[in-house]
Design a protein around this ligand. Sequence first.
Ligand code: AGP
Length: 621
Amino acid sequence: MCGIVGYVGSDAPGARPQGVVMGGLARLEYRGYDSAGIAIVTDDRERVAMSKKAGKLVNLEKHLAEHPLAAGTAAIGHTRWATHGAPTDANAHPHLAAAGRIAIIHNGIIENFAALRAELQDEGVEFLSETDTEVAGHLLAREVSTGRSLADAMRVITRRLEGAFTLLAVDAREPRTVVGARRNSPLVIGLGEGENFLGSDVVAFIEHTRTALELHQDEVVEITPERVTITDFSGFVVDREPYHVDWDASAAQKGGFATFMEKEIHDQPTAVADTLRGRMDEHGRLQLDGGMIHESILNSIDKIIVIACGTAAYAGLVGRYAIEHWCRIPVEVELAHEFRYRDPVVGVRTLVVAISQSGETMDTIMAVRHAQQQGAPVIAIVNSQGSTIAREADAVLYTRAGPEIAVASTKAFLAQITAVYLLGIYLAELRGNKFPDEIEALLDQLDAIPAKIQRVLDTSEAIREVARTMADERTVLFLGRHVGYPVALEGALKLKELAYIHAEGFAAGELKHGPIALVEEGLPVIIVLPSPRGRESLHSKVISNVQEVRARGARTFVIAEEGDTEAANYAEQVFFVPSAPVLMTPLLSVVPLQIFALELAAAKGYDVDQPRNLAKSVTVE
Ligand code: AGP
């Protein structure tokens, strides 16, 4: 969950290495922002130039303005989300070794660092930080001191490291080189003209090049201005085809909105449309993005288990209603960090669906591996191209939400729901649960959703006004039923994440089994009302819930379908969304809740893009 950037350019020392690295760090700051640092290889062959500061990137920028570093030919930079060691200057990356000749940065956790640290201390090495990263730096120093090149030294040490790591290192005596390595943590390569780049994701260098290469598990990369060499940890060279990055630099900008959060909420019609686009082949069969699971296997599955965390898990909860209804296959949704510890019943006839925006959530990665060890085929629904979960799954269905910079997930959530619907339609068609005309009707209904989301966005002022009046609220409840229940959970999570307000989502039917004791005078309760066209008069049951909480003094705000006039008889205020097929309504009803959380947090003056304590991708268990 740290931001990593590497750059190597022309032989003549200049300002470009620092400029490229600092610009990349600014784009990557959402991955972690406890501290930041940069190391530059200058014309000093004994020491690299280095600067690092705790706190956000702006602290480093100010420090560099007052204490500029010398011009250079290669540079590495890092923004950190602390795992080992508090966010201090000393624990910030880069870490130096060999009396400042070597600099190293790291994303991940080296699980055997304590034993390695003791080994080095027995050799007289003195440590300046509490980090696991510094251990890797001193291991590198030990190898280069024997005469090994930096790349050879990296290959030696990575064979000793356990856990998850992306490492970048530079050596003052190799001014034209940056070396990287990866295991269980992302690293991508940007190919330039007479210059090359490294980054924890493509956003790091996207303004300079859109030609990229993936570094895969247990590989080392050495970049010079002219050459990129990839090997495995044993030194065997790997050939790999570059790919075109279809996100341009502007896509990662705020697009005129005040925050990435606002922009990404407004990106949602496009995110859903892009995720749907071009999915069916000429025979009307869904095209997955990578890998494949043989149709005979998909025809044989008798259970689906969705594994995910946080918002991604709620997308799975929404998808469960659709898949069970369309495909008649039982679907379980399990929090990834709980999955493998419950000793789940998983086998070759269990299809596991891993949902993850980043594709780097360690809880979900480990759950995927557990499922595969049990013989289950795994389909990944992921937003980040080439990420670990995407590569390790048996098949991939990419959401096409574009880079989601705000830590709290919005457009990725809608894209995930859309992708789960696509998977359900694919399975229903493959297994014969739906006729082609029914498949076509479902796809047409989905194609109509982006315009409906746009209508919700265009009519959001009323809920923004309500949100701005609630800056002092300390508790908000969210109620929903059927597909509205995961929407209530997501609405509560958004409010927790963004406005730091205690919020809880409940299944509306659960209210009378305890939670109603929470209801008191003035308590805001937001209710996602089922469509009146839904099943078993769920609508009237939830209307009763509105009455129950209102009778006990709650302030009731209802999300209802256009034309549903009954809610207004019992609610303080009703916010309407366009009608849609019952199973697809979450794509619309969640949007007012996203906006509510955003507006309330902004009214409190909070940083909605980088909420406290959170990181965009949780790459530790
Ligand atoms: C979403 O708003 C949260 N930031 C968080 O719950 C997130 O959804 C979860 O950590 C899973 O992340 P992933 O989708 O990248 O795996």
